[in-house]
Design a protein around this ligand. Structure first.
Ligand code: GRF
Length: 222
């Protein structure tokens, strides 16, 4: 059985989606541990309730990013995971840490990258007046929110949306695509070709093409 370590900082709703997929036999892996850099992260309780070891590595206990990342790597490696899954993990990682898990560390970002990397994505999407917004699962590379895309989901932006309604719509899409992407990774079906991620078919089935997108809803004309 393959193993994941999931890193969180907050609510852990993506973690819950991963746990639900695991319970339904659709994740292709078990979750060996959940690690949070914030002791108060509500996601820690969700992990514990699901019988998953919940660990805190508080970034405030370390003098700099290198020291924190070294401690984090030690806790991760103790579980010898097949992949590291960032699920709302709000820390910038050092290049050394990223390279250590290259090709086996993924992140979910609440925008259609390369649009809106970084923070406050929903607010910025509303400010720009975009009609389509969404989320992206990507491999993690040293450049923030810039790794090769595995899958994206698009959602419409409505005239009466505010940050909260838009965030909720995007989050729902996140919960659909993240377990799927993790399963593909665990099945060894993702292959990098430059910046493009190729998805191979499950064994014995005809080949499919690349990183699919899921669209939900139609964008209204202004
Ligand atoms: C999600 O929107 C994720 O894309 C972003 O942080 C949020 C985490 O939500 N990186 P949760 O903790 O999984 O509920």
């Amino acid at each position: 059985m393959k193993k994941l370590v999931v890193l969180i900082s907050g609510q852990g709703s993506n973690l819950e989606a991963l746990i639900a997929a695991r319970d339904a036999g659709g994740l292709g892996a078990g979750i060996a541990a959940v690690i949070s850099n914030r002791p108060q992260a509500p996601g820690l309780e969700k992990a514990a309730a699901a019988g998953i070891p919940a660990v805190v590595v508080d970034h405030r206990d370390y003098p700099d990013r290198e020291a924190f990342d070294a401690a984090l790597a030690e806790r991760i490696d103790a579980h010898a995971p097949d992949a590291v899954v960032l699920a709302g993990f709000m820390r910038i990682l050092t290049d050394g840490f990223v390279r250590r898990y290259e090709g086996r560390m993924v992140n979910i970002h609440p925008s259609l990258l390369p649009a809106f990397p970084g923070l406050n994505t929903h607010q910025r999407a509303l400010g720009e007046g975009v009609r389509i917004h969404g989320c992206t699962v990507h491999f993690v590379t040293p450049e923030l929110d810039h790794g090769p895309t595995i899958i994206q989901a698009a959602v419409p932006v409505f005239d009466d949306d505010d940050e909260e309604t838009l965030a909720a719509r995007v989050l729902e899409a996140e919960h659909r695509i993240y377990p799927l992407a993790v399963r593909w990774l665990m099945e060894g079906r993702l292959r990098l070709e430059g910046r493009r991620v190729r998805l191979s078919a499950p064994a014995g089935e005809p080949a499919v093409l690349i990183a699919p997108a899921i669209g939900s809803g139609v964008c209204r004309a202004p």
